[in-house]
Design a binder for this molecule. Structure first.
Ligand SMILES: Nc1ncnc2c1ncn2[C@@H]1O[C@H](COP(=O)(O)OP(=O)(O)OP(=O)(O)O)[C@@H](O)[C@H]1O
Ligand SMILES: [Mg+2]
Length: 272
């Protein structure tokens, strides 16, 4: 693995979805969800992606995590394009980029105990890891998010919202990824709990050298966890740069409008 080259490179990716025909036989219109987006992420770096609902953030996340192929353009993870790989190589590459979603209840199977939820990516993506080692990796991942062994045999509903998001993060960490793509990971949490989970992301970056792609509509959240930010509008990147600069002097009217719309998180952070 080359430590100098970017851990993620996105080159001009686009993705369109067909819309219903306005009337029979009319040409089928499309929604350009992501349009010619490029970005690079260095090892251990944290990049925020912000923009209004529907601007294409989650679609971009699905392209980057190879859940969907782009119509045009390329995604390179550790220099490799997932869309050109065979099954075994793709499995190996998928370990390097894991995802955390907004709603931990929706993304964790309620019928599974925590050990099985956290172990699942290992079972699917690293079948060569012996069962006995899986348990140790699950315990490590839980410890990294501040949960003990007593969590192993409990079920998602037995945890608070913040703890459930920790379980989702442990699940993302268990394959020892280079990149975590977090799509609105604190939007469903109370403001006081948001600050704790954001601090956890900061700590994981520091301790594990994890690169973070952090998607949020909330600029205050992005301010606290990212050093660079990209602003999207209708599928395109309209502004990008160091987070502090972009937020202090937004050059694009869309960024300024986003800033005017966000509630302040400051109160929850001053107690840190
Ligand atoms: N599978 C799909 N089929 C059809 N249209 C889709 C699909 N996925 C996304 N879109 C459309 O593409 C656009 C971008 O959606 P996307 O979910 O990426 O936005 P987003 O920025 O994540 O929004 P939000 O902040 O609400 O999560 C929207 O207009 C959406 O309706
Ligand atoms: Mg989304």
């Amino acid at each position: 693995m080359n430590t100098a080259s970017p851990v993620l490179e996105v080159r001009g990716v686009s993705r369109a979805y067909p819309l219903p025909r306005p009337r029979p036989l009319a040409p089928r219109p499309v929604r350009q969800a992501v349009a010619d987006v490029s970005l690079t992420l260095a090892r251990g770096e944290s990049l925020g992606i912000v923009g209004e609902s529907g601007c294409g953030k989650s679609t971009l996340a699905r392209l980057i995590t190879a859940l969907e192929p782009p119509d045009t353009g390329h995604v390179l993870i550790d220099g490799q394009d997932p869309n050109t790989l065979g099954k075994a190589a793709l499995r190996r590459l998928r370990r390097a980029v894991q995802m955390v979603f907004q709603d931990p209840l929706g993304s964790l199977d309620p019928r599974w105990p925590v050990w099985r939820i956290v172990a699942e990516p290992l079972a699917g993506l690293a079948p060569e890891v012996p069962r006995a080692d899986r348990r140790a990796r699950v315990i490590d991942a839980l410890a990294a998010v501040g949960l003990g062994k007593d969590a192993l045999d409990r079920y998602p509903h037995q945890f608070s919202g913040g703890q459930r998001q920790r379980i989702a993060i442990a699940r993302a960490l268990v394959t020892d990824p280079d990149i975590v793509v977090a799509d609105e990971p604190v939007s469903a949490l109370d403001v006081s709990v948001q600050a704790q989970v954001l601090n956890l992301f900061l700590e994981l970056r520091r301790r594990r050298g994890l690169a973070l792609l952090f998607i949020s509509h909330d600029l205050d959240v992005v301010r606290h966890v990212t050093e660079r930010v990209m602003v999207m509008d209708r599928g395109r990147v309209v502004e990008a740069g160091p987070t502090a600069e972009v937020l202090a002097h937004p050059a694009h009217p869309h960024t300024a409008a986003l800033m005017a719309a966000v509630p302040r998180l400051e109160a929850a952070w001053t107690g840190r």
